[in-house]
Design a binder for this molecule. Structure first.
Ligand code: MG
Length: 271
């Protein structure tokens, strides 16, 4: 190999090396500055379904979280004991600017039933119209939004797992009328090293319509960037103050973690 060839080969190697480094850097992409719009999608638009709220009375084994009388099962998310939201005629309503509220008790895997209502008087649009949210274990949001003829990113409409999953349909009640959420939530499991062993799952039935079919949660609900898990145990159910006069009533939960009735050990006869 002559001098020229050696220099040429070395240069070539060097260029390949540089290329490899830049490709790696792109793959890791730690420099990326995420903006909210990176995780907001406008398709597919779920079909509008005409449906009625599927009102349910609490079954005998339900833990009543709100029966219309008081906030005894709730506190402010910031730790304050006195809930600053209002109660009128058996209905609780967000006090805009006061903050989120959370149950005093912590829960794992549950069935959660909630009735919610966006204000009759339409104010704002998109995410600024009747926005609230139901968070399981404080972290994972089933979005509450006035999604009646109100365009926004579809992974942020009512019935979405916020910024993760689009609902399968849009059975929204008109503003000022009640909606029902029947949520089956499976808590994630972490090992002793705080690593994720089993992700969380959501099944959501909105106004009697299946809108989330046991979807695998990608991690904590985040507004900007990608969701990630961080280890946690049982935690409270949280309702969001997003600045809008959203109301809730008739909230109850059934704990499922310790159910002895899984049915996977039935004494089948030999066959
Ligand atoms: Mg929300």
């Amino acid at each position: 190999m002559n001098k020229f060839m050696r220099a040429y080969t070395l240069t070539l190697f060097f260029l390949v090396f540089l290329f490899a480094i830049s490709a790696c850097a792109q793959e890791v992409d730690e420099e990326r500055e995420w903006v909210p719009e990176d995780t907001e999608f406008y398709e597919p638009v779920p079909p509008v379904i005409e449906a009625q709220p599927a009102f349910l009375e609490p079954p005998s084994d339900a833990i009543i979280l709100f029966d219309g009388t008081d906030f005894s099962n709730w506190k402010m998310l910031n730790g304050d004991e006195d809930v600053e939201w209002t109660i009128e005629d058996g209905v609780m309503t967000v006090t805009p600017g006061s903050g989120d509220i959370v149950t005093r008790d912590n829960f794992g895997t549950v069935q959660l039933y909630v009735e919610w209502r966006a204000p009759a008087e339409i104010e704002g649009d998109g995410q600024g119209r009747g926005n609230s949210g139901v968070f399981l274990q404080r972290r994972y949001e089933v979005q509450v939004l006035d999604s009646y003829e109100n365009e926004t990113y579809v992974n942020g409409m009512a019935g979405s797992i916020y910024k993760q999953y689009v609902p399968l349909a849009n059975p929204a009640s008109p503003p000022g009328e009640w909606n029902t959420y029947n949520i089956i939530y499976e808590a994630p499991e972490f090992n002793e090293n705080d690593e994720l062993v089993t992700p969380a799952y959501f099944t959501v039935i909105w106004n009697g319509v299946l809108v989330q079919n046991r979807v695998e949660v990608k991690g904590n609900t985040v507004y900007i960037g990608l969701p990630e898990y961080s280890a946690h145990g049982d935690d409270g159910i949280r309702l969001q103050d997003h600045g809008d006069l959203v109301s809730f009533r008739n909230i109850w939960v059934r704990e499922l973690d310790n159910s002895p009735v899984w049915g996977d050990n039935l004494p089948w006869p030999e066959y």
